[in-house]
Design a protein around this ligand. Structure first.
Ligand SMILES: C[S@@+](CC[C@H](N)C(=O)[O-])C[C@H]1O[C@@H](n2cnc3c(N)ncnc32)[C@H](O)[C@@H]1O
Length: 228
């Protein structure tokens, strides 16, 4: 038993060694913390066999999706959705913690209300070498996501828009497009009430059977099941 535990620990150190340089490469392009970032890359790498595109809604400076592109390669399409104007206002459904966080413009994690110019994400994607496979879709999710049309399924859908409405519009329009066996990550499931409420409401509204699994400290994931 002890040998098994030691082997598991060694394997973890080895995989960390592989992913740590990717985190370093995109350090200034992401607000996802090192441990979560690496665990997210490890998780995504398990879905290389699923054909389809990779989408992130809520990219900020693009560092997370660029790291994912390093892992998943340039034979796929990448879609980056963001206002590039920061977060919309948190509402009551997002909880008092979210409303208070947004009101405190001096806190360390405020990041100018998560505002970043699109040029940052373009630079990160350039470093990943997937510029010719990438679409930058600028605007509010309410306007852009329902318009999204693609002939291929989504292999990996990563939602990082923090609030209830931002998460729900993405689930409503993109969850049905995820391939069977594909991966859906919600970065804020354990961080913000609005995100967890949106996921629960969506799954319940559609009587979806997917299980919610903890991916890393703030995030959860689901594996898309067969559509009824
Ligand atoms: C927490 S940041 C994303 C962090 C990023 N994934 C990273 O690697 O660091 C949230 C992002 O979601 C975007 N966002 C949230 N709600 C949005 C909405 N309704 N429409 C467009 N963009 C939105 C914000 O502009 C912001 O860039």
């Amino acid at each position: 038993m002890m040998i098994e535990t030691a082997k598991k620990y060694l394997k973890e150190i080895q995989t960390d060694k592989f992913y740590t340089p990717i985190h370093k490469k995109y350090l200034q392009f992401t607000m996802v913390k090192r441990r979560d970032y690496i665990d997210c890359l490890k998780l995504v790498s398990r879905f290389k066999h699923i054909n389809g595109s990779i989408i992130e809604c809520g990219v900020w400076r693009g560092g997370m999706i660029a790291g994912i592109a390093d892992v998943m390669g340039n034979a796929r399409n990448y879609y980056l959705f963001d206002s590039f104007e920061g977060l919309p206002d948190a509402k009551e459904i997002d909880g008092q913690t979210a409303i208070a966080w947004q009101a405190d413009k001096t806190s360390a994690g405020y990041y100018d209300n998560c505002k970043a110019e699109m040029e940052w994400a373009q630079k990160a994607i350039g470093l990943a070498g997937v510029t010719n496979k990438t679409s930058f879709i600028k605007g509010w999710f309410d306007d852009t996501v329902p318009q999204f049309k693609a002939d291929e399924p989504i292999a990996v859908l990563r939602l990082d828009g923090d609030w209830y409405d931002s998460t729900m519009v993405c689930l409503d329009h993109l969850f049905p497009k995820v391939a069977e066996g594909g991966l859906i990550i919600l970065d804020d499931y354990y961080a913000w009430d609005g995100c967890s409420k949106a996921l629960h409401d969506y799954l319940s509204k559609h009587k979806r059977p997917e299980r919610i699994v903890q991916a890393y400290s703030s995030g959860c994931y689901l594996i898309k099941k067969h559509d009824p």
